[in-house]
Design a binder for this molecule. Structure first.
Ligand code: 13P
Length: 284
């Protein structure tokens, strides 16, 4: 089928109380694994492409991979810019047929975040493309924040209300203490913030940094109103660990298919577990 609609898949998730997985793509094998398992599980799926991944694969290849995957699919497949950093980048993605955009202005002061997000929303909405914005700061685990810095990075619920109103975004990623990459200790999600934001804004909420959050915390976040969860590192690790084990066992292997194939299978099983955990299996 053609690409799915960001607003439609998230609306269904929000109404029925599950979360759609955004799984980032890094190459052909990631794209195949994610979309194959989404079809096997009957789950909608968002392919996330970061600026780094787009630079690595090339814009045209990124878009083409996702388009072919969607066309061969019986479940909704989307292509979403992950953490877009500039208006220029957004324009390039729109030209190449991305279904939705995340503009991440969270490293700017609040007013600038509002301004760049609003500008992106106006351009995207003019051609029917939906937009996710970020408020507060979702760091990397290497950031190792102090308690005060962590508190300062969390979303401010009253700001979230204004941010949604001023920008017109279709989904909000509020910083609630999750981070990108492998966690050093146990992640502490600020569920009280999440609850408050959920009660104040109507747009679907997004949880970034899905790798390494305990299953019960994922389930709780969904029950408190998260409708989209992003995962990348866990799939990267599954892929690389599998390939490393093959190399450790057999130093003679040279045919890429002999290790990329098993790597792709490992991504499939990691994504399958997340799709089931998120409650998105069997929806389509
Ligand atoms: P992880 O790499 O920690 O799973 O986070 C992915 C993400 O949030 C992409 O936006």
């Amino acid at each position: 089928m053609p690409f799915g609609s960001f607003k439609d898949v998230l609306k269904d998730a929000q109404q029925k109380g599950y979360a759609v997985g955004q799984f980032n793509i890094n190459n052909l094998e990631f794209t195949q694994a994610i979309v194959e398992v989404a079809n096997e599980e009957g789950a909608p799926v968002i392919l996330g492409a970061s600026e780094g991944a787009i630079k690595y694969m090339g814009m045209e290849y990124t878009a083409a991979l996702a388009q072919v995957a969607a066309r061969m699919s019986r479940v909704p497949v989307l292509l979403h810019l992950d953490h877009g950093g500039s208006f220029d980048m957004v324009m390039k993605c729109l030209r190449n047929g991305f279904t939705s955009i995340m503009i991440d202005g969270s490293h700017h002061p609040y007013e600038e975040n509002v301004a760049v997000t609003k500008k992106v929303v106006e351009a995207c909405h003019a051609i029917g493309v939906h937009v996710e914005g970020e408020l507060g700061r979702i760091g990397g685990v290497e950031d190792d924040l102090s308690v005060d810095a962590r508190e300062a990075a969390l979303v401010k619920p009253e700001e979230a209300v204004e941010f949604v109103q001023l920008t017109g975004i279709d989904a909000l990623a509020p910083a609630i203490g999750s981070a990108h990459g492998h966690y050093v200790g146990k992640p502490e999600l600020a569920f009280d913030r999440l609850k408050e934001v959920r009660s104040l804004v109507e747009v679907p909420l997004v949880l970034h940094g899905g790798t390494g959050i305990p299953d019960e915390d994922i389930t709780k976040a969904i029950s408190l109103g998260v409708s989209k969860i992003n995962v990348n590192t866990e799939n990267q690790s599954a892929f690389t660990d599998t390939i490393r084990a093959i190399f450790d066992k057999n130093k003679e292997v040279y045919d890429p298919r002999k290790y990329l194939g098993p790597g792709r299978e490992a991504i499939k099983e990691a994504v399958r577990a997340k799709i089931r955990l998120f409650g998105s299996a069997g929806r389509y």
